[in-house]
Design a protein around this ligand. Sequence first.
Ligand code: K1U
Ligand code: ZN
Length: 173
Amino acid sequence: MSKLNILEFPDARLRTVANKVKIFDKQLKKLVDDMAETMYHSNNGIGLAATQVNVHKRLLVMDFSEDHSHLLVYINPEITDQSGEQKREEGCLSVPGVYASVKRAEIITVKAQNVDGKSFEEDLDGLHAVCLQHEMDHLDGKLFVDYLSPLKRNMVRKKLEKQRRNAAQEVVF
Ligand code: K1U
Ligand code: ZN
C-alpha cells in the first residue's frame, strides 16, 4: 500500500469533475487500498475522495471507527433521496486547519457500487450523511469553502498561503 499526495486548495485540479468507474479490476482495488492508507495516515481524516489524490474517478472512502477497522467504499455514488437539514462543522484534508459549518441534508439515500461492482443502497444520517455529501462534492469539483462568502474564502486562501510560507521556512537552516 502507498500513501498518496493530497491536493490542497486552491489547486485547480480539485475542480475536475470525476468520471464514472467502468472497470472493476485489480488496479481499482489497489487505488482503494492506497486511498484508505492515505486517509488513515492523515490528520483525523474520516473520508477521502479520489479527486483529492488527483485521480478523477467517482470513488470515495470513509471510516468512522476509532481503530480504522470499518472501511466504507462507495463507487459511482448517487443520492436518490434526501430530506431535512443539518448544519455541522466540517474539515477537509485539502483545506488543512480550516473548519466551517455547512448546511446539508439530514437524511440521504445513497446508491453506489462496491469494489467488485456490486450495487447497494443505504440510508445515512448524521455525520455519515454529511461526510458522504462532502466527498460527493469533491467528485463534482466542489469544496466546502465554496459555501462560504467570497470574502471568507479569500481569507482561507491567505491563511493557507501563510501556513505554506511558514512550513517552507521551517526547513530552511
Ligand atoms: O478531506 C476530506 O474530504 C475528509 C474530511 C471529511 C469530513 C469531515 C467532517 C465533516 C465533513 C467531511 C475529513 O475527514 S476532515 C478531518 C477533520 O478534521 C474532522 C473530522 C471529523 C469531524 C470534523 C472534522
Ligand atoms: Zn474534503
